[in-house]
Ligand binder design. Structure first.
Ligand code: NIG
Ligand code: FE
Length: 417
C-alpha cells in the first residue's frame, strides 16, 4: 500500500528513540506533503513528495504497492497506544454515575456498595463467553477511534477462578484481534469482602496460588496493584512487585490517585515500568521519577469523570520527565476508551501542547507497554498502525475540535479496520 500526497506525516522519530522526555516532548517531527509505503504490515519507507519524481513514483506503484491512496489535506500519525485500561468488565455502573451527579465522592459511592467490589460481584456471575463478547465490542470501538495497541488489566475477579477467567478473556482478545494486546494481572485491585479481616490471606492467594498458575499459562505480561489508602499499602505493593518480578512480570502500578504517601517513590525504587494516575503529587514525587526508567502515565479522563485534580503534567515536563497518556477505560471511574478525548483533555485541562499530548499518547504510551521498539512512531520497519485523519487545517485542530470524530481510517498492520 502506498499513501501519497499526505498533507503532513507526523511523529517521524529515529529508531533508537524509545521514549521522549522533558523539552523533547514538544517536538513532533513531521514531513509536509509526504508519502509512506507499507509492506507486510510494516512501514517500509517514507519521504517527501517533492523529492520524488514521477518516474520513481510510477516504479514504486508498479513495484508491488498494490493500493495507492491519495491523502490530500489529510494527516497521518501513529495510532494511539493506550497503556492503561480495564476494558474487560461484566456490566456498566451508571447507577453510581447518578450518585456522583448528586454529589457523592468515589469513596462514598464505594462505601455505599459501589466501586470495584460492585464490578467484581457482577463479573463473578458472567461467563467467559459473555465477557469476551462485550470486551470485543469495546475493543472494536476503540480501535476504530484510533487505538493501535492496548493494555488490559484483570482486577474485577478478585478470586482464583474469576481472575483467571478475566485473564483468559484477555488472552482470547490477543488471539483474535490484529492489534497488540498486553495483559496485566491486577489481582491486588481491592480486598474482597471475605478477606477484609484477613489481608494476609488474600496476598497469599495472589502471590502463592494465582501468580504461579498465571505464569505457567503465560496469562500476563505485567503486574499491577492499587497502591492507595484503604486498598493496598506500600509494603503490600512492594511484595506484589517482587513476586511479579520473580516470574518476569514488570510492574505498572496505580499510585497517587487520592493520596500522596510515598507510593510513587517506592515503585520507582522497585524499577516499575510505569506509575499511573499521579493526580496527587508534589515536587518530591516528581523528583523521584527523574532519571528513572519509570514512565509517568496520566489519565485525564478519569479526573474529568470523578472530579479529582488533573495530574501536574506541566510540572513533570518542566522537570525533564516523559509522560504518557492513557484512557483508564473502566466502568467506575472512566467509562470511555476514546484516546482522542484523552489527548484533547490533556491540552485543555493539563496545558499540554498538542505535540506533547500526541507524543504522550503514541511513543510514550508504547514505552509504557514495552512496545516502543515496534510501535508508536513513524519509523522504518515499525508496525504500520496508523491514523489517517479527515481533511483538517492543522494537527492542532485535532484536540481543538474535541467533539468531532476527525478520524477517517485506522490502519492496523497496514490494513483498514
Ligand atoms: O483506575 N483506581 C483504581 N481502579 C480504577 C477504578 C476502578 C473502579 O472503580 O472500577 C481506576 O480508576
Ligand atoms: Fe486504572
Amino acid at each position: 500500500m502506498l499513501l501519497i500526497n499526505i498533507k503532513q506525516l507526523l511523529g517521524v522519530h529515529a529508531e533508537e528513540k524509545l521514549r521522549l522526555e522533558g523539552a523533547e516532548m514538544s517536538a513532533l517531527p513531521s514531513i509536509e506533503n509526504a508519502w509512506l509505503k507499507i509492506e507486510h504490515g510494516k512501514i517500509a519507507d517514507f519521504g517527501s513528495m517533492n523529492e520524488l519524481d514521477n518516474h520513481q513514483l510510477s516504479s514504486m506503484v508498479s513495484g508491488g504497492a498494490s493500493e495507492v491512496i491519495d491523502l490530500k489535506d489529510k494527516l497521518v500519525l501513529p495510532a494511539w497506544n493506550d497503556s492503561h485500561t480495564h476494558l474487560v468488565f461484566a456490566a456498566s455502573r451508571e447507577e453510581e454515575f447518578l450518585m456522583k451527579i448528586q454529589g457523592k465522592t468515589y469513596e462514598e459511592i464505594t462505601a455505599a456498595g459501589g466501586g470495584i467490589l460492585n464490578s467484581a460481584r457482577k463479573l463473578a456471575n458472567a461467563s467467559e463467553n459473555e465477557l469476551y463478547d462485550s470486551a470485543a465490542e469495546r475493543l472494536q470501538e476503540v480501535m476504530q477511534l484510533g487505538t493501535g495497541a492496548i493494555e488490559i488489566k484483570s482486577g474485577y475477579g478478585l478470586s482464583y477462578e474469576a481472575e483467571l477467567k478475566m485473564l483468559k478473556v484477555i488472552r482470547r482478545l490477543k488471539e483474535t484481534f490484529p492489534l497488540p494486546v498486553k495483559a496485566t494481572f491486577l489481582g491486588a485491585h481491592a480486598f474482597p469482602q471475605e478477606f477484609k479481616q484477613n489481608q494476609e490471606g488474600y496476598i497469599d492467594l495472589l502471590i502463592n496460588r494465582l501468580l504461579p498458575t498465571i505464569a505457567d499459562e503465560g496469562l500476563a505480561d505485567f503486574i499491577d496493584a492499587f497502591c492507595e489508602q484503604n486498598y493496598f499499602s506500600i509494603a503490600q505493593t512492594e511484595r506484589i512487585i517482587d513476586a511479579g518480578a520473580r516470574y518476569g512480570l514488570k510492574a505498572k502500578i496505580h499510585v497517587n490517585q487520592f493520596t500522596n504517601a510515598g507510593a510513587t517513590q517506592a515503585c520507582v525504587k522497585k524499577g516499575a515500568l510505569s506509575v499511573d494516575h499521579l493526580e496527587v503529587t508534589d515536587d518530591e514525587v516528581i523528583a523521584s521519577l527523574k532519571g528513572s526508567a519509570t514512565m509517568a502515565t496520566l489519565l485525564p479522563s478519569c479526573s474529568l469523570f470523578i472530579n479529582i485534580p488533573f495530574a501536574n503534567a506541566r510540572g513533570m515536563i518542566a522537570a525533564g520527565l516523559g509522560v504518557a497518556l492513557a484512557s483508564d477505560f473502566n466502568p467506575g471511574t472512566t467509562p470511555s476508551g476514546n484516546m482522542n478525548l484523552v489527548v484533547a483533555l490533556a491540552c485543555m485541562k493539563m496545558k499540554m501542547l498538542p505535540n506533547e499530548a500526541i507524543n504522550a499518547a503514541t511513543l510514550n504510551g508504547a514505552y509504557a507497554m514495552d512496545l516502543s521498539a515496534t510501535h508508536g512512531s513513524i519509523t522504518k520497519s515499525k508496525q504500520a498502525n496508523l491514523i489517517i485523519t479527515k481533511a483538517v487545517p492543522s494537527v492542532n485542530y485535532l484536540p481543538y475540535a474535541f467533539g468531532s470524530n476527525l478520524i477517517e481510517k485506522v490502519l492496523i498492520n497496514g490494513k483498514v479496520v
